[in-house]
Each structure stands twice: as structure tokens, then as C-alpha cells.
Design a protein around this ligand. Structure first.
Ligand SMILES: [Zn+2]
Length: 221
């Protein structure tokens, strides 16, 4: 029963989070902002107002593929958010600029998260072997390794939460302070960013459930 819940709960939370972000994004990407500027311009303004001048803003393919790359000093926006003038585009673009601000001020959780990326990548690459060997073939050693791998992934997803919510908080403050957004437009941006934030909560719940799943499985018989 517990094992079943550990599979079902993250699945339901994950589906709900995905439908919430796609609903919020499609709703607010149809609402243009009064400012009439693009996401790329908004990100540039937010960074400039925070004294950041060395970050390149580029377009990347895909839907909601927006990210900030601290090592390469690059802010990548998907086409719809780079050129888009909607509340959703401005929100996402300013959120990525929020990560650039975190980088500039040396925000602790961002540094910790960056330090975890190499070990997290290794853990992710081990996953297929662990799931196949540990779960399906019941190899005890792999089961133990699975606990370690999911522990790493869970810690990574946990430290991602403050990084993401802080970037969204900075985005809201900067968009309003810089005059890009009027107070009446704020709810659209906040709804988009909250929905995006919840996908990270769902990812954390999923990692945690997998961790508990492996712990319970390794204790059986
Ligand atoms: Zn982010």
C-alpha cells in the first residue's frame, strides 16, 4: 500500500503541476503588458538596474526552455519569451534575470546548487542501471546504491526550491520597481511564476518518493 502511494502521489502531483503551468502560461501569454517591451528587453532592463552588464541574452529552441547559465554568463530565453510582450513572457524573462542577480550577489543556495550539478549528473546517469538492476533484478548492492543516488537527487531538488522561489520574488520586485509592470498587471506575472515554481515542488516530491521507495524496497525480506 505504502509502495503504491509512493508511486501514485508523485505521479498525480506531477500531472497537476504540468497542467497548472500550461494553463497559466497559455492564459497569460495572451495578455500583452502595457509597457509594450519584449521579454529580452525586460531581462536586459532588470539586469541593468541591478548593475549587471556582462550577461549575453540569447534565443534557445523549445517551449519553456528558458534558463540562466552562471558559468557561461548567458541568459537563454525561448523564442516566445525572447520576442513576446505578454505578462507571461515578461515574468519568465525577469525570473531568469533574477538568477543573474543571485549570481552577482553570491546568493548561497545558487552556489550550493551549482556545486552539486556534477555529482547530480553522475547520479542521473546511474539511474537506468539502478532501476533495471536494483528494482527488476533485485540486486541488493544496486538497491543500496539507488538510495544514495536518490538522496543526491532529492537534496538537489530541495536546494533548487529556494533558488527558484527567490528568483521569482526578485523578478516581481524588479518588474514593478523598474516601472515595466503596473500593479494591476502583477497578478498575471505572479500566477505564471507560481505555477512554474510548483513544477519544482513536484520534482522534489517525486525524488523524495523515489528515495523512500528504494529505502522500503531494500528493507524488504
Ligand atoms: Zn529559475
Amino acid at each position: 500500500m505504502t509502495l503504491l502511494l509512493l508511486i501514485l502521489i508523485p505521479m498525480i502531483v506531477g500531472i497537476w503541476a504540468q497542467s497548472r503551468i500550461s494553463t497559466a502560461y497559455s492564459k497569460w501569454s495572451k495578455v500583452p503588458s502595457h509597457s509594450g517591451i519584449t521579454g529580452a528587453e525586460a531581462a536586459a532592463t532588470v539586469m541593468r538596474n541591478s548593475g549587471i552588464y556582462d550577461i549575453e541574452i540569447v534565443v534557445v529552441p523549445g517551449h519553456l526552455t528558458d534558463h540562466y547559465h552562471p558559468l557561461e554568463k548567458r541568459l537563454a530565453l525561448s523564442r516566445e519569451n525572447f520576442y513576446g510582450k505578454s505578462l507571461a513572457a515578461l515574468g519568465v524573462a525577469a525570473h531568469e534575470a533574477g538568477h543573474a542577480i543571485q549570481d552577482k550577489v553570491g546568493y548561497g543556495p545558487l552556489k550550493f546548487r551549482a556545486a552539486l550539478i556534477p555529482v547530480t549528473n553522475i547520479a542521473s546517469q546511474l539511474l537506468p542501471f539502478i532501476i533495471f538492476g536494483g528494482l527488476f533484478m533485485g540486486m541488493f548492492g544496486l538497491m543500496k546504491l539507488g538510495i544514495g543516488v536518490y538522496l543526491v537527487l532529492t537534496i538537489f531538488q530541495l536546494i533548487t526550491l529556494p533558488v527558484e522561489f527567490d528568483a521569482s520574488r526578485r523578478a516581481k520586485v524588479e518588474l514593478i520597481n523598474s516601472g515595466i509592470l503596473t500593479k494591476s498587471e502583477a497578478p498575471g506575472v505572479i500566477d505564471t511564476l507560481n505555477a512554474a515554481g510548483f513544477t519544482y515542488v513536484a520534482a522534489f516530491i517525486s525524488s523524495l518518493a523515489n528515495l523512500l521507495f528504494f529505502v522500503l524496497m531494500s528493507r524488504r525480506d
